[in-house]
Write a protein of this length. Structure first.
Length: 315
């Protein structure tokens, strides 16, 4: 009797817990990242002090205020890209020519390839991309608080706080890119190397400033052990090449660009795609080793002469 009572208590506590969980969540997506304010302000100062001091002085508290004001106290499904205009204005800086790197379906690869702006400056290596990277946020109508329980997904509403931010950031990034533009695409991506709709197709290409761009370089890189679904001149990559050429750009496309392959090969050193070219062992037999061989031969010859000399002395 006692245990039956206990079970009932346990069951009803469990039921009430899951009931209140469901009630707390308005949306299907994850809620605001905890400690959002500290993360954004901290990342902002990390960026201007350590990662890229060339951007000059910025007021990171002011950037946070502008960021928050873009979406708090509003219906989380009615946030527009232009609501982030002030944040972008406050955090904008020049993107060095020839350094822009656009991408689709390979975010982590691009992160290590760009190397925090040292090799290339992808969107997430700019100040405005850097502080928003991998974060989640949304507010609620009639309250200045953030919603830490849940946020709307793209499927629930297009004009959510996060997607509108990235749309604005992508537009700005494209508008400020110049020189040689690079695009890294995933030749093993299931949905196509050049997805449309997509950020690159819909927000970046239309905002490139043609007069500032000398060339567009496309790299299509397959996963080391992944399928070769797309290449230059086929399927969606062909669609992209044609679109850019029609817009009047000078376009080149390279499959499995070597530098990116080297990076992917870090994790697959024994794969046949990852063997270094046959010139490598030859280089090891280069000047240094033949020189050593030369001195070794001389040493042998001198010892032999000494031996002959002593031999002649004895006899
Ligand atoms: C930075 O912005 C904050 C908030 O807008 C302001 O209170 C503060 O005075 C500003 N600091 C500087 C150094 O301008
Ligand atoms: C942002 O900067 C642009 C260009 O300088 C200006 O036209 C616009 O009014 C600014 N927007 C805000 C919200 O400050
Ligand atoms: C950008 O690349 C082009 C073509 O390779 C080169 O002529 C130009 O000097 C480069 N610009 C900078 C700033 O490195
Ligand atoms: C390329 O796309 C495939 C399939 O969508 C994915 O599994 C893989 O991780 C992607 N490759 C990179 C380097 O991100």
């Amino acid at each position: 009797m006692k245990s039956l009572f206990l079970s009932l208590v346990v069951v009803s506590v469990l039921f009430m817990n899951s009931f209140s969980d469901v009630q707390g969540k308005k949306w299907k997506g994850e809620g605001t990242t905890k400690n959002l304010e500290s993360i954004v302000i901290g990342r902002c100062y990390n960026y201007i002090r350590i990662v890229n001091p060339a951007v000059g002085e910025k007021n990171c508290s002011e950037i946070w205020e502008a960021f928050k004001n873009a979406f708090i106290n509003k219906d989380p499904c009615s946030i527009l890209p232009k609501d982030y205009e002030l944040v972008i204005n406050l955090s904008l800086h020049t993107i060095p020519p020839n350094k822009s790197l656009f991408w689709e379906n390979n975010q982590l690869l691009v992160k290590s390839f760009a190397d925090r702006g040292r090799r290339y400056m992808s969107l997430s290596d700019t100040l405005f991309g850097f502080f928003g990277d991998f974060l989640n946020w949304c507010g609620q109508a009639n309250s200045a608080g953030l919603d830490y329980e849940s946020c709307p997904t793209m499927e629930e509403c297009e004009n959510n706080a996060v997607d509108s931010f990235w749309r604005m950031a992508s537009i700005t990034y494209a508008q400020h890119s110049s020189g040689v533009i690079h695009v890294l695409l995933n030749g093993s991506a299931v949905g196509g190397a050049y997805p449309a709709p997509g950020f690159f197709a819909d927000y970046e290409i239309p905002n490139l400033q043609k007069d500032k761009i000398s060339k567009i370089v496309i790299w299509v890189v397959d996963d080391i052990e992944g399928p070769d679904i797309e290449s230059c001149g086929t399927h969606t990559v062909k669609i992209l090449e044609n679109r850019l050429k029609t817009l009047g750009y000078d376009v080149t496309c390279t499959d499995n660009y070597k530098s990116v392959m080297f990076l992917l090969c870090l994790d697959y050193p024994d794969d046949s795609k990852c063997t270094l070219s046959s010139s490598a062992p030859a280089a090891q037999r280069g000047p240094i080793s033949s020189d050593r061989g030369g001195s070794w031969n001389k040493l042998l010859f001198v010892s032999f002469l000494g031996f002959l000399f002593r031999f002649a002395l004895v006899y």
